[in-house]
Every structure is written in C-alpha cells, then in structure tokens.
Design a protein around this ligand. Structure first.
Ligand code: GDP
Ligand code: MG
Length: 397
C-alpha cells in the first residue's frame, strides 16, 4: 500500500503549489535530484601495510578478495601508489586504496600531498595491531587540512578466535579490552578523545560497522549521505531498511517533478505521468538493492549457490535491465486502479494539488508507482539476502 506523505513533506508541497510557480520549483527540484544522483563520494583507506586496507576496500564494495575487479590482498601485496576502486553500481562513489604508512621515513604531510588529500571526503585509518604516533600524526595532519578521519581497528575476528581458547572466554569483554587498548595507545600518542571502530573485513556487518556507518551518516552532508547509504553493500536487513528510508524521502520530490513536467507542453510524454522519470528511478532502486544480473551473479558465487536459487527468492521486481518504457507502461495500466484510489486520499491532505493541471494525477500516479515499486524491491532484496544466508542443503543435514 502507498505510504503517507509526512507532515513536513505536505507543508513543503503546499507551499510550492500555493506559490503557483511550479515551473520554477520544478527546475530547482530537478537540480536537487540530479545533484543527489551525481554527487561524488571519495573514501580514502589508509594505514600500515598488512593492516587490511585492501580488504576493507573490497568489503565496502561488496566484493570478495578473489572477485573480478577486487583490490589485491595478501601478505605480499603492498600498494606503493594510491589506487581508485569505483563502486560496482554507483560510479560516482570511489574507494581509494592508499599506500602504506609507517615506513621509516614516513612524513604525514608529504604522504598526504602525494596522495592528493584534497580528493577525499574522509579518511579511514586502519590498524590490525596497535595505534602509534604514525597514525596520530597522520590524523592530526588530516584534521589540519580540514578533513575528517576515523580510526578503525581491523581483524578483531582473529583476536576473538585466539581468546576463545581460554576457558573463561567472554566475547564482549575481549572486544572491550581491544577497544580500551586502542584508546589508551591513541591517548599516549597524543589523541585527546579518540573514537575507534572495531571491524572484521571478513564479517563486515558484525562488530562496530553499524556504528561506523551511523557515525558517517551523521557527519556527512545530505547529498553525500544519500550517496553513501545507497552505495553500502546489501549485507544486512538494517542496511536494506536504511536504503529504503533514504529513497522514500525523495519520492514526493520526484512525483512533483513529474507533475511539473506533465503540465509543460513536452511532446511525447504520457498524459498521466512522465514514464521516463519512472524508468529512471525504478532502475536506481534496483541497483541500490542489488537487483541486477551482475550483483546477483556475484552474490551467488560468494555464497556458492546457483544464481537461479537466489532469483527464486524474487517475488515482485524485475531486474534493472528489464525496466524499460514498455515495462512501466504495463505496470501503469495494471496499477491505475490503485493509483486512482490514492488520488482522493492525497487530495484530502493537499487539496491545492487539485488545482494543478490534470488535477494532480501525475503527482499521485508517480508517487504511488514509486512507493509500490520501492516496497516491492526492498522486500525482494530482503528475500534474496535471506536466501543467500540460508545454510546450503548439504550443510543442514
Ligand atoms: N582474519 C582477518 N584477516 C584479514 C582481515 N583483513 C585483512 N585480512 C588479511 O590480512 C592480510 C593483509 O590484508 P590486506 O587487505 O592485503 O592489507 P593491506 O596491506 O593493508 O592492503 C591478507 O591476508 C588479508 O586476507 C580481517 O578483518 N580479518
Ligand atoms: Mg593493500
């Protein structure tokens, strides 16, 4: 069922409609939506050699180390030059694998100049062992240059495994000890109030990844946040929920844009709404949720299941490549009844919409269609995740 507009959305919508200047509002909305879609996000991963930088680059991109296009990892793999790894589905997002720090002649300022520090939105400083003055000197230099940084302690799965051999093993206590040790080392190295996130690149969604994600979300501006959320790997229900909520926030803007375009005399556009807008956004939803051939094939390989098995979990949504004008038109003709039912509902809330050309039908149709499609895509993404995580038949015997 279509979700309701929030109070803030209704107010904003009313203001636009009442102002009577829909064309100007549409131009602004178009600009806003375009910049949301194209904003670059550049994440720099740094730390000493062997800390797990390249592994973190892969994990954030949702890749396994041996997937095609993954950053090379391993004891002998050292990166002397920075290397860009574009996000597999959102090319405006780049994860940068920076050269190792902490070599005998290491100088933070030189290093930052060499890696073109200005290119990045924030830095993640990784260690798998102890934080030292190399890390804090680098962090201070980053801070001086007006950029943000986050300390990550990687490979905590190894520490836990080692501690597990002890009889009085306690997971939470071990993690707390690692955290305290990191904080203490950072304080000693001159960091007044350190924040450290404990991660395993092999189990990215465990430990402090949620917290790191939340912190980044809160500290990025609106546009970067949007891009960051959509680019996260689809590894947990929480991430899928975040994506849905983020996409949901912008549906009403897309709908209003469609409505504004609908009232302009643009030849070839549908009477009831702009089909191209629907195609564009539905495709984006699919890509965000990994509902595309490439993502499914990769996931199937990662969990060692046939891709057909993962696809069998899909109930509603087509894959990104199948979303074309014809698909949307057929969806529209099937959904028109439902859409018309919500027209009244929405007109109750925003009566002035009725004064728009076509009685706001374009707004309502677009809103309804995107809302439904988003619900379906999010549900399918969850079904796929559940299927991917299910034990394989022979394992459950
Ligand atoms: N157990 C475990 N091993 C890791 C983790 N991160 C990296 N490794 C391993 O540590 C080694 C060095 O990792 P790599 O990402 O190449 O480090 P880099 O030199 O900083 O890029 C590789 O063998 C990785 O597989 C982790 O979180 N847990
Ligand atoms: Mg590396």
């Amino acid at each position: 069922m279509a979700g309701r507009l929030s109070r803030a959305e209704i107010e904003e919508l009313k203001a636009i409609v009442v102002s009577g200047n829909l064309t100007a509002a549409a131009a602004k909305l178009q600009e806003k939506l375009e910049s949301l879609e194209n904003t670059p996000l550049d994440i720099a991963i740094t730390g000493e050699s062997g800390a797990g930088k390249s592994s973190l680059v892969n994990a954030i991109r949702g890749l396994h180390d041996d997937d095609e296009g993954a950053a090379k990892t391993g004891v002998k793999q050292t990166t002397m030059k920075r290397k860009a790894y574009p996000h597999p589905r959102f090319p405006n997002v780049t994860i940068w694998d920076l050269p190792g720090i902490g070599t005998p002649n290491f100088q933070a300022d030189n290093y930052l100049n060499r890696v073109q520090f200005n290119n990045y939105d924030f830095f993640i400083i990784v260690t798998a062992t102890r934080f030292t003055s190399y890390h804090t000197t680098l962090a201070r230099a980053i801070h001086r240059l007006g950029k943000r940084f986050y300390y990550v302690r990687s490979k905590v799965d190894i520490d836990l495994k080692a501690e597990q051999r002890k009889r009085n093993f306690n997971r939470e206590r071990t993690l707390q000890e690692i955290r305290e040790d990191c904080v203490e080392k950072l304080r000693k190295a001159g960091e007044a109030s350190p924040r450290v996130f404990l991660l395993s690149n092999w189990e990215l969604d465990n430990y402090d990844f949620q917290l790191l994600k939340k912190t980044l979300k809160n500290e990025l501006d609106d546009q970067k946040r949007h891009v960051f959320i959509l680019a996260m790997p689809n590894i947990s229900a929480k991430i899928l929920e975040n994506k849905k909520a983020e996409l949901q926030k912008h549906i009403w803007e897309v709908a209003l844009l469609s409505c504004a375009i609908g009232v302009l005399p643009v030849p070839g556009l549908s009477l009831i709404c702009d089909v191209a807008i629907l195609v564009f956004h539905m495709k984006r939803y699919c890509l965000a949720f990994g509902l595309d051939e490439e993502s499914l094939t990769r996931l199937a390989e990662q969990v060692d299941k046939p891709v057909a098995e993962l696809k069998s979990a899909i109930r509603n949504s087509p894959l990104a490549s199948a979303i074309k004008k014809e698909f949307v038109l057929s969806l529209l003709s099937r959904s028109l009844c439902g859409a018309l039912m919500v027209v009244e509902l929405i007109l109750d809330f925003v009566p002035s919409l009725g004064s728009l050309a076509g009685g706001g039908i374009s707004f309502v149709t677009t809103y309804y269609m995107l809302q439904r499609f988003l619900n379906d895509a999010a549900e399918d993404a969850q079904n796929i995740l559940t299927k991917a995580l299910e034990p394989r038949a022979e394992e459950s015997i």
